[in-house]
Structure formats: structure tokens, C-alpha cells
Design a protein around this ligand. Structure first.
Ligand code: NAP
Length: 242
């Protein structure tokens, strides 16, 4: 019988950065792969992981829906200890503040920030009991610098940094480590309509990043060698913000 791998829940992992994180972690960890609606893509990621002898459990639910979060995770936590959470799920509803609807504000704050509260409230209990664990929130350069047309997204991503630092202090004594990875411009569906010709000259490394370059740092933060790192924001942005 194979040794049971440590479990990591990756939210929003049906595509983009989340899928890259799930695939990067899969050789070492059992992946609980969350997504909301893109079932076909999630199954493709699962099949790829399984084809490489990995273990991947699909967990479709809306991370901003309190009842769905509880209904999906609580039954599993009775019999499993979760080693890691990567809160990566994300959406944008970009518009200038004068035209931003309440729905656009609430949706973005819900998926990024309220979801982080809902997920960590459940999983931190499990990790504190086990006296071990790793939590990584995927923030954004927009949360560090602010971005015009993204008051909702910048607020949510900045909120993740504050929430993570508070949580890092709260759970450190039980050996639960909490960090933030803050990507710049990464090639995914979220960025495929941005005006590249205007943006590239502003990036010191002169290119968008790849999802695998974000996944690599998350993999490091999940591992033994990151055992003395907590409460940190690690930027993966090609020098766009220093
Ligand atoms: P993406 O390609 O649009 O993928 C977003 C993922 O989040 C999908 O798997 C989607 O699943 C999932 N998702 C969205 N709403 C959800 C919800 N309510 N519940 C559960 N899952 C949900 O985005 P990405 O570019 O990979 O971005 C991933 C993360 O990195 C986000 O937090 C984003 O803000 C952050 N980020 C991205 C960049 C960039 O340049 N791409 C830069 C900085 C930060 P379904 O499609 O199934 O709903």
C-alpha cells in the first residue's frame, strides 16, 4: 500500500494559475481540486494528474457560498487532515467606480475575501488540531499598488494581504504557516484581453509571466524548506512593482 499523501485544497483550479498549481503540487500531494462551473476543464486537469499517478478529488462549489463551502468540506474533514489550502479562485468585474454596481463590488469581494474567511474558518480548525498546515492566498499586484478600474479587485486583494498577516500571527504557535503570493501580469484567460502592446514596456522583464512560475513558488511554500516563512507577501511580477 502506498503512503497516504498530504492533502492540499486548491480553489479555482479548473484552469489558469489554479490548474498549474494543482499540477505542480500533484506529484507530492493529494489534490482537492475546487472550481465553480467549468466541469470539462476540471476533469481535464484531474485526468492529467491521474495519468501521472497523482490523486485528485474534484470539489465543485462556489467559494463565496457559505452553505456550499460547509456542505462540501465538513463531511470530508471528519476523516481527513488537510495539510494545505491555496485560495486561488478569482474573478474580475472591472469598471470605474462611478459606474460600479453593488453586485460587481459584492461579487469580487465575495469570491476573493469573504471566501478566504469561509475557507480558513473551516480549515484552520482542522490544521490547528493537527498542529501543522500551510495556507497560501493568491493576491495580486493590484492589491499592492491599487489599479484604476479595479477598486473592487484591489480592495479584495489588499484585504487578502491584511487577513493573511492577521491569521499568520494567530496560528503560528500551532505551526500553521500563512503566506501570500502576489502575481503581476500572468498569461491566463483573465488577462487575454489586456492591451499587451501598452503593458509590455512597463514590465522590467519585458514579458507576461507563466502560470507555472506562480505554481513554483506555491509549491515551495507548501514544502519543508519553507518551514520558517510566515506572514510574507511574495511577488511574482517580473519587476513590475518593487
Ligand atoms: P482564470 O483563468 O479566470 O481562472 C479562475 C478560476 O477561478 C477558475 O478555475 C474558476 O472556475 C475559478 N472560480 C471563479 N469563481 C469561483 C467561485 N466563486 N468558486 C470557485 N471557483 C471559482 O484566472 P487566473 O488568471 O488563473 O487567476 C487565478 C488567481 O490569480 C485569481 O485569484 C486572480 O485574481 C489571481 N491573479 C491573476 C493574475 C493574472 O495575471 N492572471 C494576476 C494576479 C493575480 P470556474 O470557471 O469553474 O468558475
Amino acid at each position: 500500500m502506498k503512503d497516504k499523501k498530504k492533502i492540499v485544497l486548491v480553489t479555482g483550479a479548473s484552469r489558469g494559475i489554479g490548474a498549474a498549481i494543482a499540477k505542480r503540487l500533484a506529484p507530492e500531494y493529494e489534490i482537492w481540486l475546487n472550481y465553480r462551473s467549468d466541469h470539462g476543464s476540471a476533469v481535464r486537469v484531474q485526468k492529467e494528474i491521474e495519468a501521472n499517478s497523482g490523486v485528485c478529488r474534484l470539489l465543485p462549489f462556489d467559494v463565496a457560498d457559505e452553505e456550499a463551502v460547509k456542505a462540501s468540506l465538513e463531511p470530508l474533514l471528519g476523516e481527513n487532515t488537510v495539510w494545505g489550502l491555496v485560495h486561488n479562485a478569482g474573478v474580475t468585474r472591472d469598471t470605474l467606480v462611478a459606474t460600479m454596481t453593488r453586485e460587481q463590488w459584492d461579487t469580487v469581494l465575495g469570491v476573493h475575501l469573504t471566501a478566504y474567511f469561509l475557507l480558513t474558518r473551516i480549515l484552520a480548525r482542522n490544521m490547528l488540531f493537527a498542529r501543522q498546515g500551510r495556507i497560501v492566498a493568491i493576491s495580486s499586484i493590484s492589491g499592492e499598488t491599487g489599479q484604476s478600474g479595479q477598486m473592487n479587485y484591489s480592495a479584495a486583494k489588499a484585504g487578502l494581504i491584511g487577513a493573511s498577516k492577521a491569521l499568520a500571527r494567530e496560528v503560528a504557535r500551532r505551526n500553521v504557516l500563512v503566506n501570500v503570493v502576489s502575481p503581476g501580469l500572468i498569461e491566463t484567460e483573465m488577462t487575454d484581453k489586456l492591451p499587451k502592446d501598452k503593458l509590455l514596456p512597463t514590465i522590467p522583464l519585458g514579458r507576461f509571466g507563466n502560470s507555472t512560475e506562480v505554481a513554483g513558488i506555491v509549491n515551495f511554500l507548501m514544502g519543508e524548506e519553507a518551514g520558517y516563512i510566515t506572514g510574507q507577501v511574495i511577488s511574482v511580477n517580473g519587476g513590475l512593482y518593487m
